[in-house]
Design a binder for this molecule. Structure first.
Ligand code: ADP
Ligand code: MG
Length: 288
């Protein structure tokens, strides 16, 4: 039978917008020594804004925005929403001739007889399309039309208000190592990591690389130590499953992530991990 104290702990967590799916996860929270964060949508707002449209001259800026908006119309990635907002016009129901979302890269479509790629540098490199790398540190979305680089968008994100406090309070609770994993470029990843005081930053990762980092950290931890991963869940479902405690953002997360997670943070605040650990500790004091 489950000790009554656990129900108190799960109840206290739920009053704080933290959904814990079982008393075993509440128990595991006590021993979290490694806290691994996804960047986009977890430590940052994931509400990107297009701040610049650059065209090589082959298409107008408005045409590039139209191509990217049509490419992104079915994507749930936070980048997609920002592009559709920047386009600012209704998207007609003209059928795409081809649509493919390439995890950790971007989107590929065929529309109005044109092949359009929208995504990061890696996506263009994969297709061996030469491009001009702008000396801009922000997140860049490249556009290629019919196999040729056509321009890029500069996209800005902001760190969440409680992100620095989220990292600092984990350290106070005795978490040994905080880690940020991101698919975003090094310059952006390192700038955010430094700003927040994260111990380790790994950037330019594909979803399977994130799983490998979890496995590496898991191999380094002591037998009683637990690893928590916290992400918005877009592309991160395998990572959530790999962690001892997989935590999804309830508002921003995908349905699949919320399903795969052991704990769901309804308020999307990364600082709720520290709150959950504190609740787990007081619950343990009552139970034992
Ligand atoms: P993260 O959440 O850590 O940024 P993701 O795996 O979700 O990692 O995405 C990695 C990178 O892949 C993004 O930073 C972006 O450059 C690119 N990307 C993924 N999906 C899209 C998309 N729909 N449109 C444009 N770029 C994308
Ligand atoms: Mg993500």
């Amino acid at each position: 039978s489950i000790p009554l104290g656990f129900f108190g702990g799960i109840g206290a967590a739920s009053k704080n917008g933290i959904l814990i799916k079982g008393s075993n996860y509440l128990e595991a929270l006590n021993d979290v020594k490694y806290a691994v964060f996804d960047k986009t949508g977890t430590l940052t707002k994931g509400s990107f804004q297009v701040t610049k449209v650059h065209s090589t001259g082959r298409y107008t800026e408005q045409q590039l925005l139209e191509y990217t908006a049509y490419a992104e119309q079915h994507s749930t990635h936070p980048i997609a929403a920002s592009i559709i907002a920047a386009y600012g016009q209704p998207i007609s129901d003209q059928q795409l001739e081809h649509y493919e979302e390439i995890s950790g890269h971007g989107v590929s479509i065929r529309w109005q007889g044109r092949s359009i790629l929208v995504g990061n540098a890696r996506l263009l490199e994969r297709e061996a399309i030469p491009y001009a790398a702008p000396d801009h540190a922000g997140t860049l979305v490249y556009i290629a039309v019919d196999g040729k680089y056509a321009g890029h968008l500069v996209i800005a994100d902001e760190v969440k208000q409680d992100a620095a406090a989220a990292i600092a309070s984990l350290k106070q609770l005795g978490v040994k190592k905080t880690v940020m994993l991101t698919g975003d470029v090094k310059a952006v990843g390192e700038a955010v990591g430094k700003q927040l005081g994260v111990d380790e930053v790994h950037a330019e990762l594909l979803p399977q690389h994130k799983v490998e980092h979890i496995e590496r950290l898991a191999a380094a931890k002591g037998p009683k130590e637990k690893l928590a991963f916290i992400g918005d869940g877009i592309n991160d479902t395998p990572v959530l499953a790999q962690a001892d405690v997989g935590i999804a953002m309830g508002g921003l997360g995908s349905d699949a992530a919320i399903e795969a997670a052991d704990i769901v943070i309804m308020t999307d605040e990364p600082s709720k991990l520290a709150t959950a650990i504190s609740i787990a500790r007081s619950t343990r004091r009552i139970v034992w």
